[in-house]
Design a protein around this ligand. Structure first.
Ligand SMILES: *Cc1c(COP(=O)(O)O)cnc(C)c1O
Length: 373
């Protein structure tokens, strides 16, 4: 059993991917070939955003978003502590200060109340609240309606980090259309992944789209050797775009399959674990199916049992960012980040992919049932 089964997906579309890659080899335009623009149109259409700009990876996408919004020195950018390091690392890279915000335990996503406290603290420290970067953790859209209120009240931009949640929906609206800019990652293990590194940004704002298009190619102007701003080199390879075009064709179907597996897990796993739930009219991409054990000890015994049954499990994330050496010096919600700490010490993620067979799901379920506290 695989934690995320990429081989089964490849077997399903191998011929089509081979053909797509062969056609890139035939035309030979490896950088910014026609597949890149074709993919950007397809991705924008899929989620309903006006513009899509692809780039080299999901971390660059976050950095490009901050650069496009002019975030820099003396600016505070609010990020959750319970997330992957990329969420925070791009902030000091552009010269701004990450301020860590707590999560809500039922969603694992940024808490609007904690955000409000963190904004007040940042202002008291002489920083300008510039942007908030909520994460759609494990595939569930963040509470954008509430976060947007805090952002608007403080004149901040919203950059939605949907590396795990692109393709999820809330009230008929798909991720990619929340906030001023949405970013995603095509790292192979993400719900929509390529065969290397890749990323993308989405926006409805034509000026932001133009600036992003320039920033990813060295700050180009009307042509390549005309540089109008300081940019970076962050393009999506044509071959990766070709792979993604074929993967996008089956993505909706895969989200459906993941949701069925999540439902099956939910119905069969006992209440000694806190199972993930979704608000009404919300659909997750289930980047991870994450349980919370009653304690660190309960998690340890559960993981031991799963491992002895040869079931791959993961902990996302074992240490909140505000406790990591690289980030412990940055400001946090003055009331503390208790939920981030609880989550880090008790969560565990089960095997999940569109191709996880029912027999394997049953093995996971049986192993969890057999675990005694
Ligand atoms: C994976 C991930 C990223 C970074 O994506 P890369 O393509 O690996 O750079 C950023 N944020 C979150 C929440 C992620 O899960």
């Amino acid at each position: 059993m695989q934690f995320i089964d990429l081989q089964a997906q490849q077997a399903r579309i191998r011929e089509r991917i081979d053909r797509r890659i062969a056609s890139v080899l035939d035309h030979g335009i490896y950088i910014m070939g026609p597949e890149v623009a074709e993919l950007e149109r397809a991705l924008a259409a899929f989620c309903g955003a006006k513009y899509c700009i692809t780039c080299a990876n999901g971390t660059d996408a976050l950095q490009l978003a901050l650069m496009a919004l002019g975030v820099g020195t003396n600016d505070a950018v609010f990020v959750p502590s319970f997330t992957f390091a990329a969420s925070a690392e791009v902030v000091p890279v552009v010269g701004a200060v990450p301020v860590f915000v707590d999560i809500e335990l039922e969603s694992y996503n940024m808490s609007p109340a904690s955000l409000a406290r963190a904004v007040d603290l940042a202002r008291a420290q002489g920083l300008r609240p510039a942007a908030v970067m909520p994460v759609d953790l494990f595939g569930r859209p963040a509470d954008y309606a509430s976060l947007q209120k805090v952002a608007s009240a403080n004149d901040m931009s919203v950059i939605a980090d949907s590396a795990q949640g692109w393709g999820a929906t809330h009230k008929c609206q798909m991720t990619g259309t929340f906030g001023d800019i949405t970013t995603t990652s095509f790292f192979p293990a993400k719900p929509l992944g390529c065969y290397g590194d890749g990323g993308a940004l989405f926006t409805d704002n034509p000026e932001i789209a133009t600036v992003l298009d320039s920033l990813r190619v060295h700050g180009k102007g009307t042509e390549k050797y005309d540089n109008v701003r300081i940019g970076v080199n962050s393009r999506l390879d044509t071959i990766q775009a070709a792979v993604l075009l074929e993967k996008l064709e089956i993505f909706a179907d895969e989200i459906e399959a993941r949701n069925m597996i999540a439902r099956r897990y939910h119905d069969a796993i006992g209440n000694e674990f806190v199972k993930p739930t979704l608000p009404a009219e919300t659909r997750s991409t289930w980047a991870q199916y994450t349980l919370r054990a009653e304690s660190g000890t309960h998690r340890a015994t559960t993981m031991e049992r799963l491992k002895s049954d040869n079931i791959p499990v993961g902990i996302y994330y074992p240490k909140p960012l505000h406790q990591q050496n690289a980030y412990s010096g940055f400001p946090t919600d003055p009331d503390g980040l208790a939920n981030s700490e609880i989550a880090s010490s008790t969560v565990l993620s089960l095997p999940m992919s569109a191709y996880l067979e029912e027999a394997d799901q049953d093995v996971v379920i049986a192993s969890l049932r057999a675990t005694r506290r």
